[in-house]
Design a protein around this ligand. Sequence first.
Ligand code: ATP
Ligand code: MG
Length: 263
Amino acid sequence: MIAATQATEARDTAIGANHQPETPARPPMLIRLEGLTKAYTEAGVTRTILNALDREFYTGEFVCLLGKSGSGKSTLLNLIFGIDAPTAGDVIIAEGGQPVRLTALSEHERTLFRRRNIGIVFQFFNLIPTLTVLENVTQPLELLGRNREARQRGQALLDRVGLGNRHGAYPDKLSGGEQQRVAIARALVHDPRLILADEPTGNLDEDTGDTVLALLLELTRDAGKTLFMATHAPEVARLADRVLHLDHGHLVSDQAWQETHSG
Ligand SMILES: Nc1ncnc2c1ncn2[C@@H]1O[C@H](COP(=O)(O)OP(=O)(O)OP(=O)(O)O)[C@@H](O)[C@H]1O
Ligand SMILES: [Mg+2]
């Protein structure tokens, strides 16, 4: 019996070796877009920004989302973050190996889910002006009730982003690049598995942008996290595992987009 099984396995392996190139095991699914649609109606006219997107993203991937201004990049990130609701379809995110359907959660449950699982770097930083730099960074941990470790973790991350000595400053005293680095520290302080970054270098000069990007990649990709980044910069896309292009409500994948844009 065992010998027969071994023989079958040996034959299957041989067939596989002859006829199918070995594909490495795919990491677990982290995000699934299922018929994801977002439309706005203004003065009786409906504009479909995202048109029935179906796509899966996997743990540890660095996904770059390209697309013209107004193509819906921020809209898609906000839907994945769960602060915006789809017109139709759903976003499914795995937590503890179980798929969680965002529209099946109440608003409160969605807020808690977001706090546990996701960090976001907003397009325009969204730091809270009445909180110090350190207080901005520690807030996600405090919202999780992890006040004890908040200060130490927050300060350690501020050190990592080169702003350790600015912890007591208020955001309006910081340059754009400094605010962006605080926003990155805030997105990472609670150690989320998924980081969404909406044009994290869009408001920065080239040198500062390069520094911020390198830092973000080091703290996310190199740490095995999943990074989903909207950007206008094709040079950033070159570093990504997958490049997607939003075009007229559709997600055009890496391959097709690169072919139409090469040369
Ligand atoms: N609340 C809203 N009501 C109506 N239209 C909206 C609303 N929010 C966004 N839009 C529209 O949805 C489209 C996509 O916007 P979005 O901010 O997602 O684009 P984007 O790709 O992030 O652009 P950018 O590169 O300029 O940041 C835009 O045409 C915008 O005007
Ligand atoms: Mg945007």
